[in-house]
Design a protein around this ligand. Structure first.
Ligand SMILES: Nc1nc2c(ncn2[C@@H]2O[C@H](COP(=O)(O)OP(=O)(O)O)[C@@H](O)[C@H]2O)c(=O)[nH]1
Ligand SMILES: [Mg+2]
Length: 204
């Protein structure tokens, strides 16, 4: 059984540029997704720390990489959201360079969690993100967020069709999730723990 003490996660820093990243000193999992899909809410409910990651009704605000330190040396990372239509061009370019730098240079990055709103999964930018991860060999776990917005049957249909679309994509997993009802929180913790602490549970 993997056990990471998520509830002891602490805000460490907010970085605009790579030289502000904390030293890469332990396994790291980053959350990346379209603005307003419930990324920060997911981090809060998974860690059990309401208010750890700032949530907002106004999409497209954060343009920094936020680092949270976990006990035993790991990091959780909140990447700036993408796909918000009303950002100026220079902000979008800044976002692209931040993310590209981070994904391609962060040696300790183990996996990406990509939350997607269940009502609008696999947008063009989500697919670009998935392609990027495939190219660099980074595992991805997709949270279909706000599952409470749909009845169970409809949510399961979306889940199945996303799984079908991605079945040829190795190292990509999918689950239903709701920060509101806590659906899927334990599963998400287990997957996250496995990425952060891959030797646990193997008898080592
Ligand atoms: N119904 C519902 N709303 C959610 C859920 N998760 C987040 N939200 C709402 O969606 C909005 C954006 O959430 P936030 O976590 O800030 O999204 P982020 O921009 O992806 O970090 C907020 O108004 C949240 O209250 C969920 O599971 N269910
Ligand atoms: Mg956020």
């Amino acid at each position: 059984m993997v056990s990471v003490h998520f509830s002891q996660a602490q805000f460490l820093s907010a970085a605009h540029t790579p030289n502000q990243w904390p030293a890469a000193s332990g396994p790291e999992v980053a959350f990346a997704g379209r603005s307003n899909v419930g990324k920060s809410s997911a981090i809060n409910v998974i860690t059990g720390r309401q208010g750890l990651a700032k949530t907002s009704k106004t999409p497209g605000r954060t343009q920094q990489i936020i680092f949270f330190r976990l006990p035993d040396n790991g990091f959780l990372v909140d990447l700036p959201g993408y796909g918000y239509a009303r950002v100026p061009e220079h902000v979008r370019r800044h976002w692209e360079s931040l993310i590209t730098d981070y994904l391609s240079h962060r040696q300790t990055l183990r996996a990406l969690f990509i939350p997607m709103d269940i009502r609008r999964p696999l947008t063009r930018l989500d697919r670009m993100m998935l392609d990027c991860c495939r190219q660099i060999g980074l595992p991805v776990h997709i949270l279909l967020t706000k599952a409470d917005k749909y009845k169970q049957g409809r949510a399961l249909n979306v889940y199945r069709s996303v799984c079908r679309e991605l079945e040829t994509q190795s190292c990509t997993t999918v689950q239903l999730f709701s920060a509101r009802t806590r659906l899927g929180v334990d599963d998400a913790r287990e997957v996250l723990g496995g990425f952060l602490n891959p030797v646990s549970g193997t008898g080592n």
